[in-house]
Each structure stands twice: as C-alpha cells, then as structure tokens.
Ligand binder design. Sequence first.
Ligand SMILES: [Zn+2]
Length: 308
Amino acid sequence: MYRGRFAPSPTGELHAGSFVAALASYLDARAHKGEWLVRIEDVDGPRCIPGADLAILQQLQQCGLQWDGEVLYQSQRHARYQQVLDPLLAKGLVYSCGCSRKEIEESQALMGLNISRHKAAIYPGTCRTGLHGKSARAWRFNVQQWCALRGNPEVHWTDRRLGAQVQNVVNEVGDFVLKRADGLWAYQLAVVVDDADQGISCVVRGQDLTDNTARQILLQEALGLPHPHYLHTPLVLGVNGEKLSKQNGAKALDLSSEAAVCKAMNQAAATLELNTLSAPLNSLTERPSVLAIWTAQWAQREATKIGT
Ligand SMILES: [Zn+2]
C-alpha cells in the first residue's frame, strides 16, 4: 500500500516553491492509488506563525488537493519522541552534550579541523566521553558509534529523480542534535518517527531537503524502522537564482481569483515537467478532470522508476 505525505512547516503560507512539493506528493500518491496525508511540522514552535497551518490547509483545498485522514501535528507528539529517544540513550547511541557553539568552534580549531556545514560547525565529538562537569545543552546521535556498528560511515541511497546518492555522515555531518535542552526536538528525529508511525512508503519533498536523507536513513536503521522511497522535486528559483524560500521573501501563492488558482497550478505542473500544453487548467470546474490527467501523465512517467 502506497502512503505519501506533504509535511509543511507553518512558518508562513505556501509559496510557488513549496506548492510544487505539495502537488508532486499529491500526484505521486494518486498515481499509485495510495493515500496522501498532511502533517504539520510545527516541532520548532518559536519559528511557527499562529494560523499558518490553517492557511496552508485552505490553500491546498483551494487547489483541489484533498488529503486523506486526520492532519497530524508534530507539536502534539513530544511524549512519543521521548519514548523513541530513551532506548537510544540507554544503548549509548545518544549522549548529552554540554558544548556551546563557541566551545565547539574552539575544540575544532584545537583538533586542526576547519570544517563547517551550512555555517553550522561540525561537532568534534567532545562530549562523547561524558559531560565533564558541564550541564546538558543538547542530546546528540552518536553517528560515529552507529556507523562503526553498521560497518560503514557512508550511506548509499537512491533518489527516484536524482539517482544514486552517497554521504559520509561521520565526516560530512558528525554527531547531530536530536533534542535541545530547551525541549525542542530536532527535525531529523521528528520526521523519522512520524514517517514510520504514519506508515509512509514514499517521501516526496523539495530538493533542498535531499541532504537530510542520509541522516534520516541512519536514524531509521538505529531505531529498526523501515526506509521509505525518496523523491526530491525540482526547486523553483527566484529572480536572484536562489531557491524560493520564506527566508528570502518568497511571496505566498496568489490564489485570489479563479485565474490566479489556475495559473499557480499550471506553473507548478510545468515545473514538474507535466504536459500542461495538452492539459492546461483553465477553470475550477475542470480541476478534477485536469488533476486526473496530470495524475495519469505522472503515473505513466514514474511507472518505469518504482516497483510498487
Ligand atoms: Zn559537547
């Protein structure tokens, strides 16, 4: 049984970029005659905007993307995440870390490391042997130990669109944070637990999240969870050539009129390289039939790529 999901963060309304991921995950689920779930990734509470969740759900409905079942909210799952973290702690696969950002940078310099990742310092492993009298600021996944147990620091996986992928998580990422001392759960843990609990068989999401996949695969292994298939969708670039994001001021999807809804949907379909010339959306009454045609186009194209 195919089960997919769209999992937006309620940090603002959907823009043209995030809508592409929504449409892709919807079409993939429908093409596989599966279920399409929506999950609100509000685990990072301080970044969320009140009401953005409902605005996003309304945008999906305005575009005719109707989800199956109840919407899941990460903010209601703290107890579940702790239940998953505790056994990893007991096995020594998670340890508490008392380092400040400054201390991490200093110990990197001492070790002769000058590596950073997305401007975040790669953790040098200082607290793997204990807190040394400091108090815990975060809980980290012991990537080094898990990769020693699995016998390979490289994670190999295949993206349905991008093909073969490999990442050495020990060298390129390091021991990453699963929970912060202020109680905030890291995206990596929440998403892995939610995908497993919801029975997600295929993750379809924006290409900017590709880099997270190897970490999530390691967590799935350590927790004994199944691996979903992955498909990362093309990004929509702004006029400056950077990916559209809320951080660089991408505007909310304009759905203010029938013509605007049609335009937004046609643009997203074109980004996904569907043949919108043969099946353009011109009115809301055509929407079910056009979505069905796009689903059929998608199914035909993907049939050769995934054996589900
Ligand atoms: Zn530390």
